[in-house]
Design a protein around this ligand. Sequence first.
Ligand code: LLP
Length: 414
Amino acid sequence: MSNFSYQNQTLHAESVAITELVATYDSPLYIYSKAEIETNWYTFNDAFGDHPHLVCFAVKANSNLAVLNVLAKIGSGFDVVSRGELERVLAAGGKADRCVFSGVAKTIDEIERALEVGIRCFNVESSSELDRIEQVASRLNVQAPVSIRVNPDVDAKTHPYISTGLKENKFGVDIDDAVNLYQKANDSEHLNVQGLDCHIGSQITDVSPFLDALDKVLALVSQLQSKGIEIAHLDLGGGIGIKYDDEQTIDIATYVSSVLDKVGDLEIILEPGRAIVGNAGVFVTKVEFLKQNSEHSFAIIDGAMNDLLRPAFYNAYHKVLPVNENTKGIDANWDLVGPICETGDFLAKNRKLSLSEGDFLAFMSAGAYGFTMSSNYNSRPRVAEVMVSNNTHTLVRERETIQDLFNKEYIIND
Ligand code: LLP
């Protein structure tokens, strides 16, 4: 997290003081570091050397146009799961032929649009979806590029809500059923078999489930080859974990080199989201009130679960740093809670901090699944997003206004 550090006892994003950012854009606020996004993408990209590959950023992690634009400019591909994400990528200057389209239930409209703009590949999640893609391609008289997402039945050992590679999960096709589906795709004049896809979960901090899944999909590739079905690329999904605290996680270069040791000449696609943007963003909030009783010390902050859902939803941990390093307030183990009318509205629990009302706090590692999972619950306008590059800062999404909250609503006349 070298792009977020203290300089003269004030937390900075690159070379800009976060105090200056909240003075300019108000609070709460998401702040992204352009340099961190680029560095993280290059860490994946460079690990492949000359081996054919495409690093497709998973747009669901952070779909702000400026973030997508930074990545498009350095040659990133994208993993999209909806028409909305696809249109964002195109609007941000991304190339359709570097996009893979994942997701369990693509609509006819989504398939048509993806074929019209010429996406790189559909990651197909069921037999019915394959039929739907074939029908749309046949009507448009084109060939749809497809991979089948197989479910390798490995335990990613992560939070159950973000584990996707087990038989009990809704994702993908059983590896045993995949051969029939590939046969069907291969026989169709409107489907063009490109690759094989799997994604086993998210925030995975150990490389072994990835390598177990890889062994299983490579066995399937050989089986398909023996039936004359050629697989040109292997898409291994995303899921590489990041450091939220001091946990050990995966070294990307080691992971990629272990993959390359096994895959021969196959082109590799990866779909990292969190590992590219997670540590490239922070969420800054202000302490509104301090409230202590005999049992608990609550700091009520102006950010809430609607702005950063991960703690309430997954009991996720985000490190909290004071924006001014040496402020001296009330020392306690604070629960940092939002103004929303839900007991689950907390952003952190039991944090040893010295706080005063009016202090600013930074929730670290909030660049992935932060803003994208935010909502208007309790009719709270969604917050602004800012991107910093060296010593400059740019508003990359305006704070919503009160009018924005209901400008698409109507009252009935009767
Ligand atoms: N590819 C597919 C097909 C996915 O479903 C996902 C994430 C990714 C790639 C990117 O995974 P990543 O590299 O970011 O781990 N909201 C949760 C995470 C949900 C992940 C869903 N799928 C969180 O805040 O932890």
